[in-house]
Write a protein that binds this ligand. Structure first.
Ligand code: SAH
Length: 355
């Protein structure tokens, strides 16, 4: 694709790069620190590098920037949703949420998505391209710059399927916890997948300390197939096996995401079936009343159904909570803002009033 990108190189790769350019390797560390600790966006800012080298780097190792296009602020909580523009004018979403333990940022891993989940707006026009690891990192840096906060937790749960962009994901993880960069503990990171089991196993073998979230959304294959095309490739049984492999290898609790859609997957019988599938698993279930998307017919389960569903899981000793609905007033469901903006840009009458 676009070749070399300065933000996507690990410290070791920067040192190699400088050596290959006939420069001293310690320059590699200086540049890495500028990009990932000082949040520089241009070689011009790297004042401890010789001017000649800065000029050469601008030509030979481009910095593909991610810049904030607009921000929506929730009136109800402190959630902020950012529409980001990439160097090739593609757009992605990043969501900042404030918790008692700090600021958590939900970042995107692809432009669009090809997984096709029926309730998700990110996937409506398919996948445009993968993000480079540098573009994943810069969502964090750009938000820290423009919102003036320090991000302490990252969830890879925005647009895209991270395990469908596996190499960039691993590169992202290596860079983000490098002490010469942001130095974020991998325990503060959550990766969410719709259930690509081969990748889940490979990822388990790496034992990174990252929390794995699995988007389940159904108690059985029949319902899962109606919501998530991936269920045609991977059965619940295979998915549960891969989950058990992950917990056995890493001893880390898996989070199951379960979006409750009225009359689809939210009955007491469904809860009983779900509990049966999860029995004995080191896990936690996040129940989320589905965020309605204009293009889809699903609606959120009402409070009584949510409570009844939760009560069954509790009775069956499956740890579960109903997720706080943050930023619902600002299109916080995946892909809704980008989608609205896309439509707005095409029709030239929507989107700009969001700011
Ligand atoms: N592809 C990954 C990560 C991106 S989706 C995955 O599938 O996990 C992040 C989470 O948001 C998933 O659990 C997804 O199912 C959920 N999600 C997407 N659209 C939603 C909606 N409209 N309402 C509730 N949850 C939604």
């Amino acid at each position: 694709m676009e070749g070399l990108d300065g933000f996507s190189l690990t410290l070791a790769q920067w040192q190699e790069q400088l050596k290959a350019m006939g420069e001293k390797a310690f320059r590699g560390r200086q540049i890495f620190e500028w990009l990932h600790r000082e949040k520089a966006v241009s070689y011009d800012q790297m004042t401890n590098l010789p001017l000649k080298l800065r000029e050469r780097l601008s030509r030979e190792v481009p910095l593909h920037l991610v810049r904030q296009e607009l921000v929506q602020r929730s009136a109800k909580d402190e959630t902020q949703k950012f529409l980001m523009t990439l160097w090739d004018h593609e757009q992605i979403e990043t969501v900042l949420m404030k918790y008692h333990y700090g600021y958590s940022l939900c970042i995107s891993s692809q432009v669009g998505c090809r997984m096709g989940c029926k309730f998700c707006a990110s996937t409506l026009s398919g996948k445009k391209r993968d993000l480079m690891s540098g573009e994943m990192l810069q969502q964090i840096y750009e938000v820290e710059r423009v919102a003036g906060v320090k991000v302490s937790h990252v969830v890879i749960m925005g647009c895209g399927e991270p395990f469908d962009n596996y190499d960039a994901l691993l590169q992202f993880l290596e860079i983000i916890h490098d002490p010469a960069g942001k130095n974020l503990s991998l325990r503060n990171i959550t990766v969410s997948t719709c259930g690509l089991v081969e990748r889940m196993r490979q990822f388990a073998d790496l034992d990174t300390g990252v929390t794995l979230a699995v988007s389940l959304h159904a108690p059985n294959d029949v319902i899962r197939k109606t919501l998530m095309p991936v269920a045609y490739q991977v059965t619940m049984e295979e998915l549960m096996e891969a989950c058990r492999y992950y917990t056995d290898k890493t001893h880390r609790r898996i989070t199951f995401e379960y979006a409750l859609a009225q009359g689809v997957n939210d009955s007491v019988e469904h809860a009983v079936e779900l509990a049966k599938n999860l029995r004995g698993m080191l896990c936690h279930v996040n129940l989320i009343p589905v965020n309605p998307v204009a293009e889809r017919s699903l609606s959120a389960s009402d409070n009584d159904r949510v409570k009844r569903f939760l009560a069954v899981l509790e009775r069956e000793h499956i740890p579960a909570t109903v997720r706080r609905e943050m930023g619902r007033d600002i299109d916080a469901a995946c892909g809704q803002l980008r989608r609205r903006y896309e439509k707005g840009a095409e029709n030239n009458h929507e989107g700009s009033s969001e700011v």
